[in-house]
Design a protein around this ligand. Structure first.
Ligand code: FAD
Ligand code: SF4
Length: 448
């Protein structure tokens, strides 16, 4: 193992950075969109609509693209999913709408629903049209905690329904992981902020950024001052590896690094190791592995303790990692860090296997050298927005908030959704649906 960790910025030329972080799925032009929309069979009871967590009427929006009515098409999309432009870029479509497309067969390929959705919603955002009007004011006030996709989806629907909404967001910018988490090559051209700006243009939503609930203002106060509260504070912490010394230099939190990557004006300023090891098997693990390769790391190895079928990342994401030269090692888990002068310079890994359905360590070990080691084994809730009176809604076993099908918690006047609840997979589109469902139920309750 080398004497010092080889971590440096400026590994690539300006041209290489630009090429490596170019749009991973470039947009369709008008002709391509016309051809692709023509491939849709416009199925009755369309399986793609059922498979979309927000249940967008997909055949209708595609039909409108075919007839050149892009604003009408965007209306169909955004009526169900106000983050239609982001979701078009970040949804694992192969597992959702496109996976269910009747053309998704061995001889054919599914209609490119994500790209068509992007075509319509990008045109709408470029036009600046507000699209949705507010209902007459209800005189009711709702507090939303967290300005990510769940919180803002709820806020927009409530504003449409005539309520006044205040969004309390701990960070400087709204957008949540759309702004700070999604891989950079999926979301170019400041699309996350442009979509938030468009969403806020409906009016009736006050953004209170830099306000951390639990620190700057308490939940009990919000419950007194507002008619309803929606909790959508996501998952703020990364899970621990469960091995000793894991907080030494050389070990990094993947989500924090991705945050720096998303916010960096100049990618060449980001230091990256020559040999990178990523521990995890979900979307975050793939994202950090691919992005460190794109920043110029020579060798990136992803360690996952189970096999490909158990990985949280989709087949598309796995292929993405492999096509970018990431070496994926299944059935391997970290056993201990190799330290030199208090810094991690490698990791001892151990092979695992399934015995009677249980994951066991085999005792076969190997040491891998690393200049950077990333923890990406899932995120966990930081319940700092909950005060003592509200901790009863925290399911301590599952580590998330408990809600019913309308996203109500057991606390009077408090709803919750997005990653901080345990209803569905941690995806942007699922968070958007939670926010929408909660808003509809809050409206129903406030008008009863
Ligand atoms: C690295 C990474 C990559 C991902 N890639 C994809 C992808 O490609 N496709 C996909 O579908 N999903 C992806 N996801 C998942 C997706 O980003 C989340 O499911 C989604 O953002 C959840 O939305 P949310 O609103 O619940 O939470 P978040 O987006 O996390 O938003 C929560 C907001 O609450 C704020 N907040 C936290 N605590 C407080 C407090 N006490 N007071 C006030 N505000 C607070 C936070 O600052 C944040 O802005 C990814 C996740 C990660 C981590
Ligand atoms: S929101 Fe996502 S899952 Fe739904 S239709 Fe659009 S791309 Fe497909």
């Amino acid at each position: 193992m080398s004497a010092t960790r080889d971590v440096t910025d400026k590994r690539l030329t300006a041209r290489q950075y630009a090429d490596n972080f170019a749009d991973i799925k470039p947009p369709l032009d008008t002709h391509q969109a016309a051809v692709e929309s023509d491939r849709c069979y416009f199925c009755y009871d369309a399986p793609c609509t059922t498979a979309c967590p927000t249940h967008i009427d997909i055949p209708s929006f595609i039909y409108k693209i075919r007839s050149g009515n892009l604003v009408g098409s965007a209306r169909n999309i955004l009526a169900e999913n106000i983050f239609g432009a982001m979701c078009a870029r970040v949804c694992p479509v192969e597992d959702l709408c496109e996976g269910a497309c009747v053309r998704n067969t061995a001889e054919d390929k599914p209609v490119a629903i994500g790209l068509l959705q992007r075509h319509a919603t990008d045109a709408l955002l470029a036009s600046g049209e507000v699209l949705f009007a507010r209902a007459p004011t209800s005189g009711k006030r709702v507090a939303v905690v967290g300005g990510g996709p769940a919180g803002l989806s709820c806020a927009h629907r409530l504003a449409m329904l005539g309520h006044d909404v205040s969004v309390f967001e701990a960070r400087r910018k709204l957008g949540g992981l759309n702004e700070y988490g999604i891989a950079r090559y999926k979301v170019l051209d400041d699309i996350a902020q442009r979509e938030v700006d468009w969403l806020l243009s409906i009016g009736g939503i006050t953004a209170r950024t830099g306000q951390r609930v639990g620190v700057d203002i308490q939940l009990a106060q919000l419950r007194r001052d507002f008619d309803a509260v929606f909790l959508a504070f996501g998952l703020g912490a990364v899970n621990a590896l469960g091995i000793s010394d894991e907080n030494v230099p050389g070990v990094f939190d993947a989500v924090r690094y991705i945050e720096d990557l998303r916010q960096a004006c100049d990618l060449s300023s980001l230091p990256v190791g020559r040999r990178v090891i990523v521990i995890g098997g979900g979307m975050t693990a793939i994202d950090i592995a691919v992005q460190t390769r794109q920043l110029g790391a020579d060798e990136v190895t992803l360690l996952y303790r189970r096999g490909p079928e158990q990985m949280g990342a989709s087949g598309y994401e796995r292929e993405l990692a492999q096509s970018h030269g990431v070496n994926v090692r299944f059935w391997s888990r970290p056993r201990r860090l190799v330290l030199r002068d208090g810094e991690a310079v490698g990791v001892e890994i151990e092979r695992t296997e399934l015995v009677d359905g249980k994951l066991v360590a085999t005792g076969r070990t190997q040491v891998l050298a690393a200049d950077m080691l990333f923890k990406a084994i899932g995120q966990t809730l930081v319940p700092d927005a909950l005060d003592d009176s509200a901790r009863e809604i925290l399911d301590t076993k599952a580590g998330k908030l408990r809600v019913d099908e309308n996203r109500r918690t057991s606390l009077a006047g408090v709803w919750a959704g997005g990653d901080c609840v345990g209803v569905s997979k941690d995806l942007t589109v699922a968070a958007v649906q939670d926010g929408k469902l909660a808003a509809i139920d809050i409206d129903r309750t406030l008008r009863a």
